[in-house]
Structure formats: C-alpha cells, structure tokens
Design a protein around this ligand. Structure first.
Ligand SMILES: Nc1ncnc2c1ncn2[C@@H]1O[C@H](COP(=O)(O)OP(=O)(O)OP(=O)(O)O)[C@@H](O)[C@H]1O
Ligand SMILES: O=P(O)(O)OC[C@H]1O[C@H](OP(=O)(O)OP(=O)(O)O)[C@H](O)[C@@H]1O
Length: 209
C-alpha cells in the first residue's frame, strides 16, 4: 500500500523534501523534476504530489493525499477537516494586524481590512467584537493602506522588512505560524502503522536539526 504525500511548491516543500530525503524517502524523479507533479519511491512505497501551497488541505481532506505539509496560516484559512498531527518547527512567521504609522482607530466606523486571509481576519475581529469591512486581496497586501484601499491589513510577518519598507507597523499579533504535518482522517485509521512510523522518524529528524 502506497503512502501519498502532498508537498507544497515553494519554500515549505523544499524543506520538507530535504527532511524526507534524509530519512531515506528520496525520489530520483523529484531531483530532476522538470514539469512533473508526481514522484515515486517504489522501494519505500511513497508517492509525492507537488501542489500549490494553498491546495494542500484540499488534497488531504479529500483523501487524494494521505498526509501533507502546510503552513498553519493556510490550514487556518482553509478550515479543512483533517488531523493536525505535528508542528514541524520550520517556516516560522506570524499573523499580524498592521497599519500605517500614523493610523488611529477611533472606532467611529467599520475598520477596513485588506487581506489574503479573510477567514482568519473575520474570526479575529469577531472575537474582539470590532466591526470590519473585509477586502480580499491575492498578494502585495501591504499596498492596501498606502493607496487608501484599507485602513489596516492582516498578513504574514516574518522579519518585518516588508512592513518597514512600506511605512507600516505591526499593531497586534494574531498568532504564531509554522509548517504543520496534516493527515487525512480515514488514512490515519487505515494506514495507521506506516503513518505513525513516519511521524516518529520525522520527529527524530527535526529534533536533531
Ligand atoms: N515571510 C514569509 N512570507 C510568506 N510565507 C512565509 C514566510 N515565512 C514563512 N512562510 C510560510 O511559507 C508558506 C508560503 O510559502 P511560499 O511563499 O513558498 O508559498 P507560495 O507558493 O509562494 O504561496 P502562494 O502560492 O500562496 O503565494 C506560508 O504559507 C507560510 O506558512
Ligand atoms: O516580514 P517579512 O520578512 O518582510 O515577510 C512578510 C512578507 O512575505 C510575504 O509575502 P510574499 O513574498 O509571499 O508575497 P505576497 O505579497 O504575494 O504574499 C508576506 O505576505 C509579507 O508580504
């Protein structure tokens, strides 16, 4: 029985594959990947699917992949019904509310919030009981307040240099983010032994990192 793993394209995928390779789960196809999206290790009975980061929860929730690696940001936004099994400890950053340095929220009107993460933003401001007008963007979110599209943004902050370069400042931290291992609920039951073995091996590897 093969174990199907959804790896995100980009930074988290590279780091995840590095760990899996160290554990002996490499795939020659991955190293010369060209435009291919499926990579196999026949001996270890592993199949990798290379997917867009924001699609990892979809593949895992639907069972097309048994397990996957995804940023906590993407996982929170997706609300996917999967097991979040392990904090992998890399891809660290945080969700924050940021605003122009001179912005003062006087609570006189709805706060206009631009973000890629509308579910995360909605839930955060609902908890604070602050009414908002939510604007969904797909990138370059920091531009929003600079051109009066929004009052504030909800976005990922890592070093803070993007905020600084755009005269914005972090006002409120929402939560910490890092890469997570997620597992399909049925797979966890039916492929329990192989999944638990892999989790144990990954835990050992990230501890040594
Ligand atoms: N500074 C950062 N900016 C964005 N993501 C970061 C940062 N630091 C860590 N991450 C993590 O990396 C993930 C995104 O990785 P990457 O930027 O490679 O994906 P992407 O393919 O560009 O995503 P998308 O297609 O959504 O733009 C995020 O989901 C987050 O968990
Ligand atoms: O705090 P920093 O270290 O500056 O990192 C944070 C920036 O990185 C991400 O953008 P990304 O490069 O993924 O582009 P995006 O605008 O398309 O989301 C994020 O959306 C911030 O803009």
């Amino acid at each position: 029985m093969y174990l199907n793993i959804a790896l995100p394209k980009g930074r988290l995928g590279e780091k995840s594959y590095e760990i899996l390779k160290k554990l002996g789960y490499s795939s020659k196809d991955y190293e010369n990947k060209d435009r291919k999206l499926v990579f196999i290790n026949v001996d270890k009975k592993i199949k990798y699917f290379l997917v867009k980061a924001s699609d990892v929860p979809v593949y895992v929730e639907r069972g097309a992949a048994d397990i996957g690696v995804v940023g906590k940001d993407v996982l929170m936004e997706s609300k996917a019904n999967v097991y979040e099994i392990l904090d992998l400890g890399f891809g660290k950053c945080r969700f924050a509310v940021a605003a122009p340095i001179d912005f003062i929220d006087n609570y006189e009107k709805k706060l206009v919030v631009a973000t890629k993460y509308i579910n995360v933003a909605r839930e955060y401001f609902e908890k604070k009981e602050r009414e908002i007008d939510l604007i969904k963007l797909n990138g370059s979110v920091e531009l929003g307040p600079l051109v009066n599209l929004s009052d504030v943004i909800v976005d990922i902050v890592e070093t803070g240099s993007t905020l600084k370069a755009n005269n914005l400042e972090e006002r409120e931290k929402i939560c910490d983010i890092s890469a997570r291992l997620i597992v399909n609920r049925n797979s966890y039951r039916f492929k329990n032994n192989i999944i638990n073995k892999l989790i144990k091996e990954i835990k050992g590897e990230i501890k040594n990192d």
